[in-house]
Design a protein around this ligand. Structure first.
Ligand code: NAD
Length: 376
């Protein structure tokens, strides 16, 4: 089949949906691959690297007109208009955005959104949320270290001792756990919390202290289990107790990294404005939920999307696309996720063969031949 890989045009998006490594494999499987000119440049992959493995370089119309289009982000209207009816689009297509799904259906295409893949062992190699959240968790600590005007590790020098930074991590899923591991390598002292009880053991196994907000009712205990590995919104009483404990811990912290998300909903507010006002001057907040809350906020109401704002001497970083700041590795992992997913919908003769009984394919399918399949 003819596979097209466009240059991503969303503001701030630097990733690319295929790398020379994955293109080589696709060509080996019998496909033809056309890459838009400069599609990989911001991810350190020049056109020549794709040509060297057998791809051709083309225009936006060439790649968007292919039978299978591999993208990072959901297409803008101008891009969608160029995707041919009957072709297949695969990417991170915002599965909770019904308007977006309707628009793709109206174009007559079949679209797969990989964020919707189940969190099962078989789907792990296609799990784009994990591959990209892992990178975001790492980069969050790198940015925090950069913005923080003190050392991360404890140091004993001839001029005296420097204390280790205290890092508080709220939300210990894929991004939060990677943030713990990265901050630990830098020598910080870490505390972390999550609503899911399974997170305690994972937090402690990485050498951090678990911040426990005990459940007081059966309802709280039941909701905390989540669904499909994801969190559900906790009752207000639990959120209040969590906020009080977070306020206490945040006052002692030098760096707070928030990563809490609930699929299809606004992120929970974990770091209240009053708490930020009580934090030490010079502390840094990295809000990985930035841009998903009201008015571009995240887990903190003071966060502003894609900005660093300062409140009472506390810096709040609201970058919304940290994976794009590690574009080469983020693209390498993402491209492998797509390559593995492709194996499920293309047969050995390199022809499209979309199964109707595969749980991963069914979960990711947003629209088929112009019919919206998923409704949120
Ligand atoms: P996510 O990005 O949806 O959310 C990030 C974290 O925020 C989660 O751990 C969530 O529990 C937490 N959170 C939500 N509300 C909170 C609150 N009020 N207070 C504190 N924390 C809150 O989640 P994710 O990182 O994508 O991972 C979700 C789960 O799925 C994790 O347990 C992860 O280990 C698991 N997972 C399993 C597989 C697999 O089995 N193949 C793959 C990936 C992830």
């Amino acid at each position: 089949m003819r596979i097209g890989v466009p240059l991503e045009i969303r503001s701030g998006e630097t990733r690319v949906a295929a790398t020379p490594e994955t293109v080589k494999k696709l060509i080996g499987q019998g496909h033809q691959v056309v890459i838009q000119k400069d599609a990989g440049v911001r991810a350190s992959q020049p056109d020549s690297a794709y040509e060297a493995v057998g791809a051709t370089i083309g225009s936006a119309a060439d790649v968007l007109g292919a039978e299978i289009v591999l993208k990072v982000r959901a297409p803008e209207n101008t891009e969608l208009a160029q995707i041919q009816s009957g072709s297949v689009l695969i990417g991170m297509l915002d599965p909770f955005d019904n308007q977006n799904i309707e628009a793709m259906a109206a174009q007559g295409i079949t679209a797969f959104s990989l964020e919707a893949a189940p969190r099962t062992t078989r789907a792990q190699s296609m799990d784009v949320l994990s591959s990209q959240a892992n990178i975001a968790g790492y980069k969050a600590v790198m940015i925090a270290a950069n913005e923080y005007q003190r050392f991360m590790p404890m140091l004993m020098t001839a001029a005296g001792t420097v204390k280790a930074a205290r890092v508080l991590i709220l939300g210990a899923g894929v991004a939060g756990l990677q943030a713990i591991a990265t901050a630990k390598r830098l020598g910080a002292v870490i505390e972390a919390s999550d609503v899911r009880p399974a997170a305690k053991e994972q937090i402690e196994s990485l050498g951090a202290k678990f911040v426990d907000v005990p459940y007081e009712t059966d309802e709280e205990r039941e909701i905390s289990q989540g669904v499909g590995g994801y969190a559900r919104p906790m009752p207000e009483a639990w959120m209040k107790r969590q906020a009080a404990l977070v306020a206490e811990k945040a006052q002692q912290a030098d760096i707070v990294i928030t990563t809490a998300l609930i699929p299809g909903r606004k992120p929970p507010v974990l770091l209240h404005s009053e708490t930020v006002m009580q934090m030490k001057p010079g502390s840094v907040v990295i809000d990985l939920a930035a841009g998903r809350g009201d008015n571009g906020s995240g887990n903190c109401p003071l966060t502003q999307a894609d900005k660093i704002v300062e409140n009472n001497g506390v810096k709040i970083v609201g970058y919304t696309n940290l994976a794009s700041m590690v574009a080469a590795d983020a693209s390498a992992l993402y491209a492998r996720n797509l390559l593995d997913f492709m194996k499920l919908i293309v047969d050995k003769e390199a022809k499209l063969a979309i199964p109707s009984d595969d749980d991963i394919v069914t979960a990711c399918l947003m629209c088929r031949d112009g019919q919206a399949v998923r409704k949120n």
